[in-house]
Design a binder for this molecule. Structure first.
Ligand SMILES: [Zn+2]
Length: 468
């Protein structure tokens, strides 16, 4: 049992879920009230990891490129936005209900399970036809009956009563079904208030909400989630090369998170929405669940701006400052589910190995993603001179390392190492009796357990170099 990856472990996802709760990465939402389905809260280490994934993505687009800018648009938007985007009509899951127990099933997913090619973008009529032909092979997951209603589209938008003071709530304002719409709404503002010119991109991280009929697979299908999107506004028909470049850049970003290439793959969409010219997903090989989507890369032509121009009545065309040519920019989009990437990063880092003959669980997270950068321990908690020195070193490092530096004097040293290994802390610093005499400490490396003696005076520079 040396270096077992989670994909080699039966019920690997159960191990990840258990670690998430035990070590403060993810909690069930509203847990003390019995839990609210499809909701999760990021705990103290979870929020650190999530923020670091976001920071890496933001740096990649907004800081490292010349023609991308950032945005953070409001959750609530004019209801016409969702008409223009097609969500009020087309954003629906095809469902059927068990006639015996009223359990609803996702028809496209059930068909796929029995090997019939189906997808939620197919028309209701087409899905009904496929379902009728195959429903004798499908069992109700709840009661086992094989008696279902016709397929019906169930809209996924979540309604709110913001600003609706009628008692009937007849003018719903929707929560965003996808986060990217705010970018289209601000496209003109950005052009008018910054120095960008087509081609330019906008990056945004935002929350989205969907009335999923059956939230499932932990962070994979939730009712509230966070998306990181980019929209690249380009000249018409200049999509092919830029699209290929975008695909490569997105793939490479996952590798930069430390995710192994063999756990990633591409999938091209077979059924494109009518306006799209091309669409590919990056899939990750989740433990237990197998390969599934973490990000979509979409070639959307001029659909989005044309729709918003039509529904808002505002001219969203672009005039080239040199040639004076007027056109509606085409859009290349990248859209990533942050919860899914979080789960992919955790899964890829999860390792069971032997260290000094002892079995352990260790998260081999890339240094820039680790929730805790360095943990500082006194060798013994009942020796005030060790504790005091350790507190001194802890205070000194806190000011000098970007990220969490933890102090821990709980339990024996082996237990402290195990805890830090499980949350992926790259380095542990131990203050022992030699430290008091010689002014140096033990620095232990998470991945191989190797220990080095480093002078306290040189610690900050040592870590600065390690995390650069
Ligand atoms: Zn049933």
């Amino acid at each position: 049992m040396v270096n077992k990856q989670v994909s080699d472990i039966p019920n690997g996802m159960e191990k990840i879920i258990s670690l998430c709760k035990r070590r403060g990465f993810i909690y069930q939402g509203s847990e003390i009230y019995g839990g609210l389905a499809g909701m999760y809260d990021f705990g103290p280490y979870g929020v650190e990891l999530l923020n670091k994934i976001k920071a890496s993505w933001w740096k990649e687009h907004v800081y490292n490129r010349d023609n991308y800018v950032g945005l953070d648009s409001a959750i609530f938007k004019d209801p016409r936005v969702w008409e223009a985007s097609g969500h009020t009509k087309g954003f629906a899951d095809p469902l059927s209900e068990c006639k015996r127990c009223n359990t609803r099933i996702r028809v496209d997913k059930e068909l796929e399970e029995i090997g019939v090619v189906a997808d939620e973008k197919m028309s209701e009529a087409k899905l009904n036809e496929l379902f009728s032909a195959n429903k004798s092979k499908i069992k109700c997951p709840q009661c086992g009956a094989r008696d279902f209603t016709e397929v019906r589209a169930f809209n996924l938008l979540v309604k709110s009563n913001l600003g609706d003071f009628t008692s009937t709530g007849e003018r719903p304002v929707y929560l965003p079904g996808e986060a990217c719409q705010g970018i289209y709404l601000n496209y003109k503002n950005i052009l008018n208030s910054t120095r960008v010119k087509v081609p330019f991109g906008v990056a945004q991280i935002g929350k989205a909400f969907r009335n999923e009929i059956s939230p499932r697979n932990f962070l994979f299908r939730t009712r509230e989630f966070e998306q990181a999107d980019t929209q690249l506004f380009i000249r018409p028909h200049e999509n092919k090369e830029a699209y290929e470049r975008m695909k490569k850049e997105r793939w490479d970003w996952y590798l930069s998170l430390g995710i192994r290439a063999e756990n990633l793959k591409w999938k091209q969409h077979e059924n494109l929405v009518f306006y799209a010219s091309d669409a590919w997903d990056i899939l990750y090989n989740f433990p237990t669940y197998g390969f599934d989507e973490v990000e979509g890369i979409h070639d959307r032509t001029d659909y989005d701006l044309t729709q918003h121009m039509k529904y808002s009545g505002v001219d969203l065309s672009y005039t080239d400052p040199q040639t004076k040519e007027k056109f509606i920019p085409w859009i290349l989009e990248t859209s990533m589910g942050l919860g899914r990437v979080f789960l992919a990063v955790l899964s890829d880092a999860y390792t069971e190995d032997l260290l000094g003959g002892e079995p352990r669980i260790v998260l081999k997270l890339a240094g820039h993603l680790a929730p805790v950068k360095v943990a500082v321990f006194p060798l013994l908690r009942n020796k005030p001179e060790l504790v005091q020195k350790a507190e001194e070193v802890h205070r000194m490092l806190k000011g000098k390392i970007a990220g969490l530096v933890e102090f821990d004097d709980n339990g024996n040293i082996g237990k402290r190492y195990r805890r830090q290994d499980e949350i992926g802390t790259p380095y542990c610093v131990t203050i022992d009796f030699d430290s008091l005499e010689k002014g140096d400490v033990t620095v232990r490396d998470r991945d191989n357990g190797k220990q080095d003696r480093i002078k306290i005076d040189e610690l900050a520079a040592f870590f600065k170099q390690k995390f650069s």
